[in-house]
Design a protein around this ligand. Structure first.
Ligand SMILES: [Zn+2]
Length: 120
């Protein structure tokens, strides 16, 4: 699947470079790298697999759980199983659509604490 890439000035908000909202990938600033396109494509497959709206409900639920646990926005974001999966798979060459859509389930029980990004 090739995502429909849309360059915008202010969306997503400045903390993030790209966001997938089926069937589009919005990005700001520099063009997306191949890994970033793959990362966002994985999110689109995750959304399809969960019939779109439940994906966003689960995503937000995971984020709130991890935000309560770590009290850190970036660590909460990086702990979301959908994100762990997308970061893990983004550099793999051509993972199968099924893998991209459902690999996140393995990440639900993944216990390793995410690395905090160094402050720029
Ligand atoms: Zn992501």
């Amino acid at each position: 699947m090739s995502p429909l890439l849309i360059h915008t000035r202010h969306f997503p908000p400045h903390r993030y470079h790209a966001i997938s909202i089926f069937p589009f990938v919005f990005y700001n600033g520099q063009p997306l790298t191949n890994n970033e396109i793959q990362h966002e494509t994985i999110h689109l497959w995750q959304q399809i697999a969960l019939l779109i709206i439940p994906f966003y409900i689960l995503y937000l639920t995971f984020w709130l759980i991890f935000l309560a646990r770590y009290r850190n926005f970036d660590m909460a974001y990086r702990s979301i199983p959908f994100e762990r999966s997308a970061y893990m798979l983004e550099s793999k060459s051509n993972p199968k659509a099924f893998t991209q859509a459902f690999h996140w389930i393995k990440m639900v029980s993944y216990k390793e604490k995410p690395q905090q990004r160094p402050k720029a």
